[in-house]
Design a protein around this ligand. Structure first.
Ligand SMILES: CC(C)(COP(=O)(O)OP(=O)(O)OC[C@H]1O[C@@H](n2cnc3c(N)ncnc32)[C@H](O)[C@@H]1OP(=O)(O)O)[C@@H](O)C(=O)NCCC(=O)NCCS
Length: 420
């Protein structure tokens, strides 16, 4: 079966998480992704290692379905190989620190001149313009600067990062969208373009509703927040587990009251009466303190207290069944252990067993985008430089004599590491 992005070739210079997560998605959709690595490899190959001498899960989980070539970009021969590969690729992707590719001699203008059809896609912490442009960034730096941390946690505690990697993987998703749009536009213009996504911008985009609240604060308090807000408050506060949307919601502790024995309950307007009748009988269903959404917002602390008291006799799964019967939107807090064992997750191929020559069997999170005509088949990540000769041969047409000459000239051996 052919795949959606079959025929597209990507020169993937990305490293760590933000870029590799994007190119892995494109590989899962069928693109030929050539992971172009320095001879020392993507640093994550050796980070957080759990099996001696084997690529770490940090690397294997983000680099499936790719081919790996190692090239020393700091040698003239390496630059030549890179230049020739540019001529045979549709996309080049990178997420180096500011100015790295420019220092290597490959500005966007130069890349565009070498191959006018190529789309060049970059992730930067803060983009290439503005006072922050020169700064490097990691996940939590982006969460800090994009508004996620200041709006996550409880008001009288410190700001918190979220477990979801919105700064890295979230930015990677934005990059994929930009690349696909640029490839589509190339169909009419015949030309590639430069796609830039900043991690800070992406986090701001993902925090969009917090900006809705920021602006509403100039007109009055936010009644849906359980924490105190008032007109003129200069920033959107942290609001614990409040839903922060049009419907009330919160996490309710269940039996046996362990770390993850919670269920998130959305007290949707449409279900209040039935829910009230189930947890407090007719008296609660007609209680004027909760008769309207406005009253329920005002008295939400009592709503949560009543639900928590009721939930004390149920596990999160049992309470889920009670709520499902009433059509109440809810979700037990799933630990990684819960998810790994979950029938629904396995059935949707979101927990996929893969083999690896050096680490044996391991699991990856599956492909979240389901294309009916071209489902993804997940293959293991490449070993460092596993496909160097194959790529030089089948993409560039080099013969063994030429490859040996390049080897001798140092095109594939470790470069001197950067200045301090
Ligand atoms: C993530 C980050 C902080 C890591 O910083 P770092 O480890 O210092 O790496 P940099 O990207 O700045 O630099 C990479 C170096 O490897 C060199 N390099 C990369 N590929 C090479 C190759 N094939 N051959 C030779 N050298 C190579 C580069 O030339 C550069 O060296 P230089 O600084 O001497 O120019 C930085 O890359 C960054 O800010 N990226 C953008 C934001 C981002 O994506 N962050 C999220 C990461 S999950």
């Amino acid at each position: 079966m052919s795949q959606a992005l079959e025929g597209f070739r990507i020169l993937d210079m990305t490293h760590v998480q933000a870029g590799p997560t994007a190119s892995q998605l494109m590989a899962w959709m069928g693109a030929d992704v050539i992971k172009f690595e320095p001879p020392t490899g993507d640093a994550t190959r050796g980070q957080l290692r759990d099996v001696p001498d084997a690529d770490s899960l940090y690397f294997t989980m983000l680099n499936c379905n790719k081919r790996s070539i190692t090239v020393n970009m700091k040698s003239p021969e390496g630059k030549q190989v890179f230049t020739e590969l540019l001529g045979h690729c549709d996309v080049i992707m990178e997420n180096f620190g500011p100015g790295v590719l420019d220092r290597l001699g490959f500005t966007w203008e130069k890349v565009h001149a070498i191959n006018p059809r190529i789309v060049m896609a970059s992730i930067k912490g803060f983009g290439s313009t503005g006072p922050y442009a020169e700064f490097k960034a990691y996940e939590n730096v982006a969460q800090a600067m994009g508004g996620a941390m200041s709006t996550t946690g409880v008001p009288d505690g410190p700001p918190f990062v979220t477990g979801a990697q919105i700064g890295d993987s979230g930015t990677g998703l934005h990059l994929v969208i930009g690349i696909l749009a640029a490839l589509h536009q190339r169909n009419s213009t015949g030309l590639g373009q430069y796609v830039e996504v900043a991690m800070m911008d992406s986090v701001m985009n993902l925090c969009r509703v917090k900006w809705r609240d920021h602006q509403r604060l100039s007109r009055g308090p936010l009644p849906e927040y359980s924490v105190h807000t008032e007109q003129g408050m200069p920033f959107t506060p942290r609001a614990g587990n409040d839903s922060g949307g049009g419907q009330l919601g919160n996490a309710i502790h269940c039996k046996p009251h362990g770390t993850n024995d919670y269920i998130y309950v959305v007290v949707q307007e449409a279900v209040w009466e039935a829910l009230a009748r189930r947890i407090g009988g007719e008296a609660l269903a007609i209680d004027p303190r909760f008769a309207t959404i406005g009253e329920r917002r005002r008295n939400q602390a009592e709503v949560w207290r009543l639900l928590t008291a009721f939930a004390a006799d149920y596990t999160k799964r049992e309470f889920m069944a009670v709520l499902n019967d009433l059509d109440v939107p809810c979700g037990p807090i799933m630990s990684t252990e819960d998810l790994a064992d979950d029938e629904h997750v396995r059935g949707r191929e979101m927990y996929v067993e893969i083999d690896h020559p050096k680490r044996g069997p391991w699991f990856n999170v599956g492909m979240p985008i389901k294309l009916s005509a071209s489902p993804a088949t997940i293959r293991r990540s490449p070993l460092l430089g596993e496909h160097t000769e194959e790529i030089l041969g089948d993409v560039l047409g080099y013969d063994s004599t030429r490859i040996e000459a390049l080897k001798g000239a140092g095109a594939f051996t470790a470069p001197a590491r950067k200045k301090v």
